[in-house]
Design a protein around this ligand. Structure first.
Ligand SMILES: Nc1nc2c(c(=O)[nH]1)N[C@H]1C(S)=C(S)[C@@H](COP(=O)(O)OP(=O)(O)OC[C@H]3O[C@@H](n4cnc5c(=O)[nH]c(N)nc54)[C@H](O)[C@@H]3O)O[C@H]1N2
Ligand SMILES: Nc1nc2c(c(=O)[nH]1)N[C@H]1C(S)=C(S)[C@@H](COP(=O)(O)OP(=O)(O)OC[C@H]3O[C@@H](n4cnc5c(=O)[nH]c(N)nc54)[C@H](O)[C@@H]3O)O[C@H]1N2
Ligand SMILES: [Mo]
Length: 764
């Protein structure tokens, strides 16, 4: 008997050997340097490691495939703009082991599914295209041209192009992403779900509505000039380590930092810059001036409490709000104020879970500073009321006039290294009409205008048999999405699932009736094409587009670039129907950029601008106080307090990243900054909540979530007592994605609410 899709999708439940220590309060420093070196030495050749570490994020080098944090415009450290987790991301990609035909002959799909995510990733780089025929137990080799034909046959046999869905993860470069969405639109659908749907979609929606652009407004230089940086719902020491160098500069220039997070994350407290030897000895910089241990999803309540107090001060002194800014640039102020007045300060403070003493300290910082930047990530976006979270932050910045001036503005800190760029060049199931018109004018076909399916809508459609082909450009869909068991069945219901990947992952094992793996080049590798080694480009979290060029030899001669894969499939599928010369693009990526320059705003003279060593900035209205919203002004909004209540015995659970993972790629089994070693199946709980339930440290429990009368279960987790607000708990993703209901998502953005899952803990 084959294992079921659900069985293959769940992570193995065996324990390793958990060790815990007191969590450190300092981050990075020598420990991070040592960890980076150890990792590189274990998985890479030494000469490759040295070559790469000198070229990461250097001008003319290659863009780190880790996070989307920007590189300084001017000086870059001679040690390499690297960080521990960037080094891990690169070591993961530049591994010296490959897996090819023999590997897949040796292990059946069922056997592979028994491996942990860590083991799957460590088996090596994918080196040959592979095919899992209908009913087969093992993947078999296939030639590229046969593989392209297979995809084409399936796509062309569909009754409607809308029976296919085309996912993108955020590592894909601008060139590959632009061509991919162009192919999908010419094929005839707008089903372009992407990892953004699970990530910063709510930021994009809320910022477009209020400020007229779905991106942040600040530059790195603004961070250096800010009087106050608020870091909310984000864990930079693990996920954006180079952000800590920027925060260190904020502090050196006299700025203050306010951190708002249920967890006292090490990097929010103190930082030792690894690029400054003296700091390694003297012990680093204290980062947060005030730390606010908000309850999970207590952010709207907290910011409302702040706004209420600010309003009180404004009404008594008249010196708190920036009235000149409000009058000239905003809309909806009086409605916002009359709505705000319907809330009671004490109720808001109570709902935020913050003590009055800590509130007062935080409030003072906000009251007394006028150049404020708010940085946020998944702690705000992965809730049902995510849009409200972000809009309330905008309200705060607007009353303070903290937008469109040096040292002030919005800073949604992006995840994947090119997730922002992918959206800019058209990976969007809801692309604006103006963009589609330009596609039509340039290429002569009519792209579909109706919105396509997001991630969770695609899953539902696959489950219901309405989607028959799933295509993934990068990523690890089954492990990244919510509701693992349901989603596994959705994958299994497809006729064909295809993944373009660098590494083996669980999505290759939870397949449709037939499946294909397309192994592709990674960022760090040279991309040889007819006109020479190709350069590509990416956009960082602050809207800077820069070039990236691999420097290592490809790990296998059978790899294709993502651009070549897209061109191959488009050519095979669209044949005579196409109006586009697909094969020309893969020989010379400069041609793709010429097209982007014509179709996408802000890319005029793309090819020549890309030659600027530090790249170029895309236009950004709010930076200049130009707000291209429906009202032509920056909009105040009315936001409600979230209304949900825990049932007796329930906890609210956030699913977060450990220090040793990049999303679903597990680099190792430690979470050093939280004092957890050699185990991922843990649940962090408040010690009083443990006592209430009679739970001891390391006791093994099962987790259960009940949503709309459906029960979901994840078994075998060890309890760790932790400094987390009462009624809150935390676990790692993807192990607990099985508990995240598909039906619980951010309104309008449809981002799964994976930071507010209601669960109960059962002893066994
Ligand atoms: N090394 C490494 N780097 C990465 C990634 C990775 O996995 N590994 N992932 C990349 C990607 S795709 C992304 S999107 C980013 C993710 O970057 P983060 O958003 O920093 O990642 P998470 O681990 O999801 O952490 C969420 C943080 O929000 C807090 N939080 C949770 N709920 C709430 C809440 O209700 N309110 C507040 N105020 N805080 C809350 C958590 O305690 C945690 O500190 O990182 C990117 N960079
Ligand atoms: N419960 C819960 N779920 C979450 C989250 C959460 O916080 N909690 N976070 C969500 C977020 S923010 C995100 S962004 C998603 C991430 O979702 P995804 O982007 O789908 O997942 P990743 O783990 O980043 O994808 C890793 C895989 O990408 C492939 N890969 C790596 N580099 C390349 C490359 O250069 N090219 C190609 N073609 N493939 C490559 C490798 O095969 C690797 O196995 O997960 C989401 N899921
Ligand atoms: Mo993300």
């Amino acid at each position: 008997m084959h294992k079921t899709a659900q069985q293959k999708a769940s992570t193995p439940q065996e324990f390793k050997d958990l060790r815990t220590t007191k969590p450190p309060t300092n981050s990075v420093g020598l420990g991070a340097v040592k960890a980076a070196i150890k990792h590189a030495k274990t998985y890479m050749n030494t000469s490759d490691a040295v070559k790469l570490s000198l070229k990461i994020n250097q001008k003319g080098g290659f863009d780190c495939p880790g996070c989307a944090w920007p590189d300084p415009d001017d000086e870059r450290s001679s040690l390499g703009e690297y960080c521990e987790n960037g080094m891990k991301a690169i070591a993961e990609e530049a591994q010296n082991k490959t897996i090819g035909v023999d590997f897949f002959k040796q292990f059946s799909v069922d056997q592979l599914s028994k491996m942990s995510d860590f083991e799957l990733g460590k088996s090596g780089r994918l080196a040959k295209p592979m095919h899992l025929p209908k009913g087969a137990s093992h993947y078999q080799p296939i030639s590229w041209s046969d593989a392209f034909k297979k995809v084409a046959q399936h796509l062309n046999a569909l009754q409607s192009p809308d029976e296919a869905t085309f996912y993108t993860s955020g590592r894909t470069t601008n060139e590959a992403a632009f061509l991919y969405q162009l192919f999908v639109r010419e094929f005839g659908t707008t089903n372009l779900p992407d990892c953004s749907n699970m990530c910063h979609e709510a930021s994009g929606n809320a910022l477009s509505e209020t400020l007229g652009i779905g991106k942040g407004s600040v530059t790195l230089d603004d961070l250096y000039k800010a009087e106050l940086v608020i870091v909310v719902g984000q864990n930079p020491a693990t996920n954006h380590p180079r952000m800590l160098s920027a925060l260190e500069k904020t502090k050196q220039n006299g700025g203050k930092i306010l951190a708002i997070n249920p967890l006292p994350e090490a990097g929010l407290i103190k930082f030792t810059n690894p690029q400054k030897p003296l700091k390694l000895i003297t012990g680093g910089t204290k980062l947060s001036d005030v730390f606010v241990p908000v309850t999970i999803n207590g952010d709207v309540a907290f910011f409302k409490a702040v706004l209420l107090k600010l309003l009180e001060k404004e009404e008594s002194t008249g010196r708190v709000f920036d009235k000149a800014f409000i009058n000239e640039y905003t809309n909806g102020y009086s409605t916002f104020i009359s709505d705000l007045k319907t809330y009671n300060f004490n109720d808001c403070l109570e709902a935020s879970g913050v003590s009055k003493a800590i509130f007062d300290q935080a409030f003072k910082l906000i009251l007394n500073n006028n150049k404020i930047i708010v940085c946020w990530a998944m702690g705000l976006t992965q809730h049902e009321n995510a849009i409200d979270n972000i809009r309330e932050i905008v309200n705060l910045l607007l009353v303070k006039g903290s937008i469109g001036k040096p040292g002030a503005g919005t800073c949604p800190v992006r995840g994947h290294s090119n997730v922002q760029g992918d959206r800019t060049v058209g990976i969007w199931e809801a692309a604006p009409k103006a963009f589609l018109n330009k596609i039509e004018a340039k290429y002569g076909f009519k792209p579909k205008i109706e919105h396509g399916l997001t991630v969770i809508e695609s899953i539902k459609a696959m489950y219901e048999g309405k989607i028959k082909v799933f295509f993934g450009l990068g990523g690890n869909f089954i492990s990244a999405v919510p509701d693992t068991a349901y989603s596994a069945q959705a994958m299994a219901n497809c006729d064909l699932t295809v993944h373009v990947s660098t590494k083996l992952n669980r999505s290759h094992l939870v397949t449709g009736k037939e499946a294909l793996i397309f192994p592709c080049l990674g960022r760090s590798e040279k991309d040889y094409q007819k006109t020479g080694i190709q350069t590509q480009s990416v956009e960082n979290s602050m809207g800077v587009v820069s070039s990236t060029k691999g420097i290592l030899e490809p790990c296998s001669e059978h790899l294709l670039s993502e651009v070549a894969v897209v061109c191959g499939i488009a050519h095979a599928t669209l044949k005579e129907r196409t109006k586009i010369n697909w094969l020309a693009y893969k020989d010379d990526y400069a041609l793709v950029r010429d097209d982007i320059a014509e179709v996408v705003n802000g890319f005029k003279d793309y090819n020549s601008k890309l030659k600027q060593p530090a790249g170029f900035y895309l236009p950004n209205g709010p930076r200049e106080r130009k707000f291209k919203t429906k009202t032509g002004k920056a909009n105040f909004t009315k936001n409600k307090l979230p209304k949900w209540k825990l049932k007796k015995g329930e906890l609210v659970m956030m699913t977060i990243r450990s220090h040793d993972q990049f999303n679903t790629t597990i680099y190792g089994l430690d979470d050093r900054y939280r004092g957890v070693f050699n185990e991922r199946r843990v649940i962090f709980m408040n010690r009083e909540d443990m006592k209430l339930r009679g739970l001891k440290e390391r006791q093994v429990v099962n987790l259960k979530s009940e949503f709309n009368s459906t029960i979901r279960k994840a078994n075998n987790f060890k309890v760790i007592g932790y400094d987390i607000p009462k009624n809150c708990c935390a676990t790692y993703f993807p192990e607990t994605n099985v508990l995240v209901p598909l039906g619980s998502f951010a309104h309008t953005a449809k981002t799964p609410a994976s930071k507010s899952v209601r669960i109960t803990v059962e002893t066994i």
